[in-house]
Structures are given as C-alpha cells and as structure tokens.
Design a protein around this ligand. Structure first.
Ligand SMILES: [Fe+2]
Length: 311
C-alpha cells in the first residue's frame, strides 16, 4: 500500500494551546487532568497504530512551537509514551539528527544520523549494547529543500517472503556483531545480537548492514559465513524493493512515532539550497515500553480516548 502520503490516515492534530502547555509546563504538571488525558490519547495511538499496521503515527499542527519549545515538547511527549532511553555514552535523551558532514561508517564513530545519505534501511540502536528502543520519534523542525523523505518497510512483509527461503531465514536468526560506533574507553567494539528474533510474542528486527560489515572486520570477530552473507544480501534486496516501501515526508511541526520493532526505516538522500535556514533538522528520542506487553504506554496505558485530535 503506497499512497502519495502514507501519513494521511495516521495524522493526529494536536490542539495548539495544549501543545504549548505541554512544551511549557508538561513535565511540572504531570498529575493534572489535562496532562493525564493527553497521555491516554497518546497511549491509544500507540496501541492502534504501532502494535498493528502501519507501525507509525504522526502528531501534527506543532509548527507554532519555537525550536526550544519543540525540544521540550518532544521530550515531554516521549515520556508520556514510555521510558526515555539514552542515545549515546553521555546519556543524551534528545538528539539532533542533521547533516554533520560525515558519511556512514566513516572513521570510528561516523553514523547514519549524522549524514545526508539515503538508503541503508535499518532499525535504530541495533549497534548499541543494552536495552533498545521499542519506539523512536522524530520531530521535524526544518525539512530539507529536496529529498529527505522517510522510507519504511514492515517486518511482517519481509517475513512473508523470507518464509519461502528457510535457509536464509534461519541464518538471520544467528547472532552477528554490530560495530558499536563508539570509541569511548570501556565501551566494547561490537555488540552481538541476531538480525531477526522472536521475543515478547513478536518478531523483532535489528539491522544496519554497514555496522555488521564493520563489526566483522575487527580482528577478534569471526567472519560472516557464506550462508549469513547470502541471507543478508537477500534481506537487502527485499529492503530495496519499492513495492515493499512507503515514502512519506514530514512537514515542519510534525512529530512521527515509529515502531522500532516492526519497522525498518531510512530516508531518501537530501540536498540543501544553502545554509540560510540551518538545514534539515529532526529531533529524535528513543523510547522503551514495558517488556511484558510492549504496548502499555506510560501514563497513556488507560482507556483509548482517541477522538482524532489529541486533547
Ligand atoms: Fe534511524
């Protein structure tokens, strides 16, 4: 299902005054009725759109927020959905995703999120040791002048095809080494996990091919077997299939929630006309959900009060 705007059916406008209140007071007013109700509505979106297809939803109408308000809003709303997880060794809970002039895999720490490259569909944080985000969010502060569309592929579509390739499917369930992209002393060079795992009652994927390739170049790491390479090549060929992909472009003032367990994602390459407006900027959070159900959304774990608009 590839419409021109895949977000059209999962876009939920947020009341402007409410958005401002969340940005300004939210985290100091966690017991207020309006804040709890907003959490319940958000929990409804998580259950409706992330636990089932399409695996993402968008909060819209946030373009009146200043960049600083957008930062506070993104953190506060993410906390309503679950537990905020650190994104680097320093514990950053909010990360700017923008072109820092590096290329994926460059040096010891070059990361996809710091480049303007497209392709390389992946799940977030597969390379990081420890707990991984179940959801990630992106708040679009500024969009690129061209390109920069989000590309998503649903894991269930991949599995449907992979079941016809049982040897490759079995190979994807074997552990691989992801380069951690972190040269901090004490942090391991690689982290080991399978590409595909059945956990918490669902299939989950961990993937970024370049980090696996780099991980297996380390002297202490055994080479990938021919069977593993063949399986990864098949997976890459599926991820490149346009009929399995959806492409959607966030507008400034939109915040997307993406299920990091069941969606493999990337973007199209982007260009900037010039640095006048500062260039494409997305604010990212990583969110962990309670392990048992994987869908209970923090303060939003109550009744589904979704009425189309976030109140
Ligand atoms: Fe990502």
């Amino acid at each position: 299902m590839n419409s021109n705007d895949p977000f059209s059916t999962v876009r939920h406008p947020v009341d402007r005054a409410l958005a401002t209140a969340v940005a300004e007071d939210g985290e100091e007013d966690v017991r207020a009725d309006w804040y709890r109700e907003f959490g319940e509505t958000l929990g409804g979106h998580v259950r409706r759109h992330l636990d089932a297809r399409p695996g993402y939803f968008v909060l819209s109408g946030l373009d009146h927020l200043s960049e600083e308000q957008a930062r506070r809003f993104t953190v506060a709303v993410s906390r309503l959905a679950g537990e905020l997880l650190p994104q680097d060794g320093a514990g950053a809970l909010l990360r700017d995703v923008r072109d820092r002039g590096v290329r994926l895999g460059e040096g010891a720490t070059g990361r996809y999120s710091d480049s303007r490259q497209g392709g390389s569909l992946h799940t977030d944080a597969a390379h990081r040791p420890g707990r991984l985000p179940d959801i990630f969010t992106l708040f679009c502060v500024r969009q690129a002048s061209s390109g920069g569309a989000l590309v998503t592929v649903h894991v269930s579509d991949l599995l449907e095809i992979l079941r016809g390739h049982p040897e490759e499917l079995a190979a994807l369930r074997l552990p691989v080494h992801f380069d951690t992209r972190d040269d901090t002393p004490g942090v391991p060079l690689t982290t080991e996990r399978p590409v595909l795992e059945f956990t918490d009652g669902r299939e989950r994927m961990y993937y970024l091919r370049d980090y696996i390739e780099i991980g297996h170049r380390h002297a202490h790491v055994p080479a990938l077997t021919p069977e593993q390479v063949k399986a990864l090549d098949l997976l890459d060929s599926l991820l490149e299939r346009r009929d399995l992909q959806t492409h959607g472009r966030l507008a400034p003032g939109e915040m997307i929630f993406i299920d990091n367990r069941s969606i493999v994602h990337g973007r199209t390459a982007f260009d900037e006309d010039g640095p006048v407006d500062g260039g494409r900027l997305m604010l990212r959070t990583w969110i962990g959900l309670p392990a048992r159900h994987g869908a209970g959304a923090g303060a939003g774990a109550g009744a589904d009060t979704d009425a189309g608009a976030v109140r």
